[in-house]
Design a protein around this ligand. Sequence first.
Ligand SMILES: Cc1ncc(C[n+]2csc(CCOP(=O)(O)OP(=O)(O)O)c2C)c(N)n1
Length: 358
Amino acid sequence: MSLIESFNPLTDPMIQVMNESGEIVRPDLMPNWSTEKIKEAYATMILVRVADAKFTNMQRQGRCGTYPSVEGHEAIQIGSGFELQKTDWVFPAFRELPICYVHGMPLEKILLYWLGNEWGSHTDACVAPVSIPVGSHMLHAVGYAWAMRLQKKPVITVSYFGDGATSEGDFYEAMNFAGVNKAGSIFMCQNNNYAISTPRSKQTVAKTLAQKAISAGIPGVVVDGLDIFAMATVTKLAADRARNNNEPTLIEAINYRYGNHTTSDDSGRYRTKEEVEEWRKKDPVMRLKLYLQKNNLWSEAWEQKIREDADVKVRAAVEIGENFPVQTVDEIFDYMYEKPTPALIEQKEYLKGFLGNQ
Ligand SMILES: Cc1ncc(C[n+]2csc(CCOP(=O)(O)OP(=O)(O)O)c2C)c(N)n1
């Protein structure tokens, strides 16, 4: 039995490999990463932070639509993403810039979506479009994994969602379907403690969110979602189960959203500065930096270089994104269904008339 199958989500402590001081507390659970890969993970975290801050600022300047911050989600998404194969399929919700980028989406495409351009959903990477309706996409992920099993392809799927999504019926349906039909899908629950202003305590009285897997008869594990090494190791184990035996897993990754829910939110109205500061002490990027420093893998010059590289990449993405051709009205409507519904045809014609038949 692997760590996943033997984990009791009601009683076992959260799985942690690296503590808040950057010390390895479970050397036996370190991912099989080279030094270069660990440094690449840190550089990716920095890039994501730079992009996140830039996109947020662009919204403030009226250059971008509503944008959801991802600060605090880097370890979950980069750690897990580094353990997937590029042919695996990722099903994001909306707070998923890091995994979309790590899984092969160009940064400008990710930005394009938030600029309101449908071409932001168009990519060669194995990443499904952003799913705004909370919780709905776990079903898509499970269906895709099931189809891959029927076609005997070694492709697994991962859906990324929040704690709030675990209150949706679709979540249970998806887990149940995956268990019964043996769909190799990983349910990546990012428990950042809030669904907009609703705290986890008002969402459920369940002791853990991972225990919800018990109702579907599949394993559920609780992991430190601010620890990139723990996230990588647990994802690798879950991916092996999915790929080799078509076994689904629910991973509850405990983390914190340091920023606002989106640029339309003011989190100061429902949580205290003290609470945010407490979670800041566990910051996933700072934690990996401490690890690098302790292991003589970090220098001021290198940090400066990766920050400069990140700035260049983000600027280039903004340049491409802001100059990307505007979508046509047809492009807004034509890709949702194979054949558009009567309501969509009516709306499309209305919009064309409204815009003067573009
Ligand atoms: C079905 C549905 N209900 C409500 C909303 C409005 N809404 C958008 S995000 C959100 C909270 C989601 O919380 P969570 O699943 O914890 O993810 P997080 O935003 O924390 O990443 C809500 C209620 C929605 N988009 N879809």
